[in-house]
Design a protein around this ligand. Structure first.
Ligand SMILES: Cc1cc2nc3c(=O)[nH]c(=O)nc-3n(C[C@H](O)[C@H](O)[C@H](O)COP(=O)(O)OP(=O)(O)OC[C@H]3O[C@@H](n4cnc5c(N)ncnc54)[C@H](O)[C@@H]3O)c2cc1C
Length: 436
């Protein structure tokens, strides 16, 4: 099967409205205060703060700015943390677990505030997120968690029993679910474009197609090598997440790039959209390899994403998996045509927690584990304040020891297809048990 048999375009739907493109090439400054590597959400958010604080600052990007995950994602402002509270508490202590949970709320508020204060035109809507339970036991657990979230953090969150689920999703796939109203959706490429606009206006120099190929510490700062010349920077911040490469070998051993893929349906009739996604919420589900999906900002299509499972090769097979996922949730879409499919890299680390950390004088803000729409601008901003020496605003629960290196890993994630197959098998068993 060819990709063109399944989808019209092998490119992000989002790029129809906000293309990623190279910026006019400017001369590279030779001597600056801060060099940022990576011009996605994290790098730009950091650059905005630093430029406004009067620092001379550049963001280098190996591709066009935004061409990494920041213009390709689902735009769901979840600020999700993968490990459960108890697992974090066991590993890092109760205080860290509580601080991380609380920071999610602050970071989501921060994003909303950033969008409104800077007037970023990015289709942001706080729609709420419905998480579907795949079995009744899972529903009970999720309902308890929703209750805790409301009590402990004052977040509007509640359980939706199976009998009421059709008000939220026109599917019988779930056995009830939960809603949290502090999450919404934005247009990721527009958000990136707008962040780029305000950062450049503030004085951030952004250089597309300018990879940092090496970063060396010298007696009075750092030398950043690029094919367009060298830069001398007092400080360096690395924000390369799922696109990390050999320029930062220490980070590369700690982050595993994983392909995340999305599909977009052709435009659907208004009555179908109203039946399948009655409240226009963002959607998630309680499976290891579960899908996330949402209506497009104009409410005319469904965009669905999940792990791709491949590291190279023809995209037709992973697209077919996603399409089957869509149809198993919404049988009436059996004959629907896909208009777009695309993938980008997310970055996983061993403990599945985002991080700000310093090593050999270089600061890193990365490791968003598939949920960087909230975490990347947030940690980028905290990292910038840390570089400015602002202890209060530079403070973050994610600022602690670096994630551990991944054994036997030097940059080629050969084991990903096997891991994904393992997770799919676990999900298969979970579903079988839940539906018995
Ligand atoms: C398909 C998909 C769906 C997703 N859906 C969601 C979602 O719904 N909600 C959510 O919260 N998150 C989602 N994510 C994750 C989210 O997009 C990312 O976590 C976030 O965009 C990371 O931003 P970033 O700035 O850290 O990195 P990126 O945007 O990935 O930018 C990193 C940049 O670093 C550059 N770079 C790398 N190495 C070098 C170098 N040596 N020199 C110069 N530049 C370099 C790259 O070119 C790249 O542009 C999704 C991701 C994907 C791929």
């Amino acid at each position: 099967m060819q990709i063109s048999d399944i989808a019209d375009k092998n490119a992000p739907y989002w790029w129809e409205h906000a293309a990623v493109k190279p910026l006019p090439q400017q001369a590279l400054d030779q001597q600056i205060d801060v060099a940022i590597v990576g011009a996605g959400y994290a790098g730009l958010a950091a650059g905005l703060v630093l430029a406004r604080a009067g620092r001379s600052v550049l963001a280098l990007d190996a591709m066009n700015p935004g061409e990494g995950a920041s213009s390709r994602n689902g735009g769901i402002t979840s600020g999700n943390i993968r490990p459960a509270h108890d697992a974090i508490a066991k590993r890092f202590g109760e205080d860290t677990a509580a601080a991380i949970e609380a920071e999610g709320k602050v970071a989501r508020d921060f994003l909303e505030d950033l969008i409104s204060t800077e007037q970023l035109d990015c289709d942001y809507q706080k729609t709420g997120l419905f998480s579907g339970a795949v079995g009744f036991d899972q529903y009970d657990n999720m309902a308890r968690r929703a209750d805790k979230l409301a009590k402990n953090l004052g977040i509007e969150s509640y359980a939706v029993p199976h009998g009421e689920q059709q008000q939220y999703v026109g599917s019988d796939f779930y056995r009830g679910g939960t809603v949290r109203m502090d999450i919404g959706g934005l247009h990721p490429a527009r958000f990136h474009n707008e962040l780029l606009r305000v950062a450049v206006e503030a004085g951030l120099g952004v250089h597309s197609n300018t990879p940092a190929t090496a970063i060396q510490q010298e007696h009075d700062g750092f030398r950043v090598t690029t094919p367009r010349g060298n830069i001398k920077a007092q400080k360096v911040l690395v924000c390369t997440n799922g696109y990390t490469n050999g320029a930062t070998p220490y980070l590369r051993r700690r982050l595993i790039p994983v392909r995340s893929r999305m599909i977009a349906t052709e435009e659907l009739p208004a009555d179908v959209m109203a039946r399948l996604m009655p409240k226009g919420m963002m959607m998630g589900e309680g499976l290891k390899m579960g899908y996330y999906y949402r209506p497009s900002p104009d409410g005319k299509r469904i965009l669905l994403g999940g792990r791709d499972g491949s590291v190279k090769g023809d995209p037709a097979e992973p697209v077919a998996v996603l399409r089957n996922g869509l149809i198993s949730r919404f049988a009436e879409l059996e004959n629907v045509r896909l208009s777009h499919t695309w993938f980008g890299n997310v970055a996983m680390n061993r403990d599945l927690l985002p991080r700000i950390f310093e090593r050999d004088g270089i600061l890193y803000a990365t490791g968003f584990c598939g949920s960087g729409t909230v975490w990347a601008p947030w940690t980028g901003t905290r990292a910038a304040y840390k570089l400015l020496g602002n202890k209060e605003l530079g403070n973050s629960a994610f600022d602690f020891r670096p994630p551990a290196a991944v054994p036997l890993y030097r940059g080629k994630p050969w084991f990903i297809p096997a891991v994904i197959q393992g997770y799919r098998l676990q999900d298969f068993i979970t579903l079988r048990r839940a539906r018995r």
